[in-house]
Structures are given as C-alpha cells and as structure tokens.
Design a protein around this ligand. Structure first.
Ligand SMILES: Cc1ncc(COP(=O)(O)O)c(C=O)c1O
Length: 422
C-alpha cells in the first residue's frame, strides 16, 4: 500500500498531553504509544487548526465512510477506509418505556460497521499510523472486537497483524480474527503488555492502541448531531472499558460546541460491569487515576487490562457519571434490545442497562438520550452452545415447540389446543 497519507486534507497540527494539558508536541513523527509494564497508556490527543474548519463539514449527511470527516481526523492512509461509520440511529420509544425514560431514546447501533463494532472507526485512524511510519505490522491485545477490526484494516494495508487474546476467548471470535489473516496468540492477559512491548521493540510493529484511534470515535458524535437534525443529546450512555470510546465521543461533542456548531454538550454516562467498574470506583474514592480491576462478567469485552486518564477526563469535563451495572441488568437489556430486533453483545447492551438503572435511581433527562450499542451478539460467551436438537419431521414437534416458546399467547394456545391433546 502507498504509505503517503492524506496530509493536505487533515487539519491536525500536533499532540497535546492529557496529563498536562499545556504541554504541546508536534504531529510528526506520530508519538508511539507503547504498552507500559503498568498497563498505563494514551498520554496524548491530537490537536487541530480549528480556526480553519469549514462549518459546512457538519451540514453533510451522516453517511458511511469516515474520510468525509478528514479535516478533523489525523492524516488517513488513502484507500484504507471501507465505508465504516454512518451507522443507524434507531428511534426506540418501546425501549424508552422499558427503561422508564419519559422522553426520546435513540440506539446508535455500532454493530453495523464493517467488522460489526465501533472499533472500525478507531482502526482506520490507528492503522494509518502504521502505514505512515512504515511499520511491518500491527500488534495489540483484544477481547475480540478490536482484534478483528485491527486485523481487517491491517489486511487492507498489506500489513501483518498479531492479536493477543485471553485463552477463554470464544473460538468463533478467534476464527473471526484469524479470518483476516492475523496471527492469534492465546496467552494470559496479565503480563501480555510485556510481550507486546517486545514485539514493538524487537520487530518494529505498531502498537494498535494508538491515540490517533480515539479521534475516529469523534465521528460518532458528528453523526448523532446530524441524525438528530442539529440537536445535541442530553445524555449519551457508553459501554466503557478503558474509555477510549467514551473519550472520543465526548471530544467530538466538545468540538461541535467549541466550534460554535452545537449549542450545548451532552452528559457522558460510562456504563461498566459491576465486577470491574474502574471508573465508578475511582470516582467513588475521589481518585485522579483509574485502577485495573479484575472480575468475571458476561460483558467480557469491556474488561480491559489497560487503564488511562481518558475516562475520568471525559466524565469530569462533561459532568458525567460512571454507572456500575450487574450482569442481570445487562442481560435484561440485551433481551429487551433483541425484542426490538437488535441482537447486541452483552458489552454493548450495557448502555441500555445503565439508562434503566439511573432512571430507577431518580435521574431525569429533559432532551433526547442516546445509548450506544457496540457490537453484535454473535461474539458473546456461550453463543452456539444451545442448538435445537435434531428431530423427526413431525407436526407434533411444531405444536410442542410453539407451545413452549409462545405458550403465553392466548390466541396461539387456542389454535394449538386441538393438536396437543388435553
Ligand atoms: C463491545 C464493546 N463495547 C465497548 C467497548 C469499550 O471500549 P473502550 O475500551 O474504549 O472503553 C469495547 C472494547 O473493547 C467493546 O468490545
């Protein structure tokens, strides 16, 4: 692949430290964000020549293809984009009622991206760095979504890709990553950062958890703003692990406001599984750093072993809240979403569970609320373990199965009665 980037379109001018907002750094060469032994990363964000942004950028329809937002993205590798983004914003009045929300609710369904998760927004930008720096490949640890997405973009760029997964990652998810030609290493998550560092240092690979990636998530905010006809949601609920998504979406809304395009900014709601809930715990304890917490959860995709300051920054700047959510609550949200035609991974459905929990706790919202759902239900633990038993071709089977599934539907029960006997 041609390793020149589309510098002329991007208005990116440099980097800014996120631990000391006054510290500015040049854009080139892109700062390599290697995994540290402590698992802490992402010290910088990209800065732009905002005075040169044409506000007409936000008047365009929110269609797929992130290159349409190129002025406010870091330089992208030409030909790498594959119509990511432009995902549906689904009006969800029934789910609003389910969650107890007296107002408008929209589901921003990120499972409709090329590799079926929001990570494609990230990897378009992150893999562009690998192209720019001439890295021979890309390396990362992942619970699946990030790995598949990085592998897909690496394949498009003609780069090799190494994905470290936990040994309990579902086999189908590993096949998903391998399908793009990536090498999968199933290794214990603890200590995997050291291996990544070695791959970066010894082989010159690009570490895919790069700060440029978060810039891709800003486009989700631009799209929501356009899809709501120029309105800003009152609150945005985001499934959160190490909070790159939370930070990126917040940054997009902040930019819209600072550019004078949007009248306000939303409150950002970080939705975390209770057994981890790193941001929730940090805020409860009034800490200025996030500690990695381990614990079992069905929302395994948001159990990152990397901590950063991104989430706390986004929560503080947006007057946001971190919500700690039990697996039962997440599962109920997953069922509710599927009941409206959207089968989401538990880690993605957690945003709707977060909304329901805060409403039950008495919180009110006086404008549209958006729940971001991140990925398809195909990736959950246990998927495929419950196939229908092979049976004979028999009318009685139809009746018994329908009665089991839909037995509470009175009209159907009446129809079936003559066939089922007493
Ligand atoms: C399904 C799903 N939702 C949400 C996230 C959250 O991403 P972040 O680590 O940026 O908080 C991830 C990350 O892997 C994910 O896979």
């Amino acid at each position: 692949m041609d390793n020149t980037l589309e510098n002329d379109v991007s208005l990116a001018i440099g980097h800014r430290s996120l631990s000391d907002l006054e510290t500015r750094l040049p854009l080139w060469p892109p700062i390599s964000q290697q995994a540290t032994a402590s698992g802490t990363s992402y010290p910088v964000e990209v800065t732009y020549a905002y005075d040169r942004v044409d506000r007409q950028l936000f008047a365009q329809p929110p269609l797929p293809g992130l290159e349409r937002w190129a002025p406010l993205l870091p330089p992208l590798a030409p030909g790498l984009s594959m119509a990511e983004g432009g995902t549906a914003l689904v009006p969800a009045p029934e789910l609003a009622a389910w969650a107890g929300l007296n107002g408008e609710l929209f589901i921003k369904d990120e499972s409709r991206n090329p590799t079926w998760s929001h990570k494609d927004r990230f990897n378009l930008c992150s893999v562009s760095v690998a192209v720019a720096t001439g890295a021979p490949g890309v390396v990362l640890s992942s619970s699946g979504n990030h790995g598949a997405s990085a592998a897909a973009y690496a394949a498009r760029a003609g780069l090799s890709c190494i994905v470290l997964v936990s040994p309990d990652t579902p086999p189908a998810v590993q096949s998903f990553v391998q399908a793009y030609g990536a090498a999968v290493l199933a290794v214990p998550p603890a200590g995997s950062q050291t291996l990544i560092r070695q791959i970066v240092e010894r082989l010159g690979y690009h570490f895919a958890h790069h700060s440029w990636g978060c810039e891709g998530y800003k486009t989700l905010a631009y799209e929501v703003f356009g899809q709501l006809g120029g309105r800003v949601p009152t609150a945005v609920f985001i499934p959160t692990s190490n909070a790159q998504l939370l930070f990126g979406v917040w940054k997009g809304f902040r930019e819209l406001h600072e550019l004078g395009v949007a009248a306000s900014t939303p409150v950002m709601m970080a939705c975390e599984p209770a057994t981890r809930a790193s941001h929730f715990r940090a805020i409860e304890a009034n800490q200025d750093h996030v500690e990695i917490v381990e614990g079992p959860t069905i929302a395994y995709a948001i159990g990152s072993s990397v901590s950063s300051t991104l989430g706390l920054l986004a929560l503080r700047q947006s007057s946001g809240v971190a919500v700690s959510i039990l697996d039962d609550e997440t599962q109920a949200a997953q069922v509710a979403l599927a009941g409206r035609g959207m089968w989401q991974e538990a880690s993605g459905a957690i945003s709707l569970a977060g909304l329901r929990q805060v409403i039950a706790a008495g919180r009110r919202f006086d404008g549209p609320v958006v729940c971001v759902t991140c990925s398809s239900g195909f990736k959950d633990l246990g998927v495929g373990r419950d196939p229908a038993p092979a049976s004979e071709l028999e009318w009685g089977l139809v009746c018994r199965t329908l009665a089991r599934h839909y037995g509470t539907q009175r009209a159907l029960a009446e129809q079936l009665r003559p066939f089922l006997g007493a």
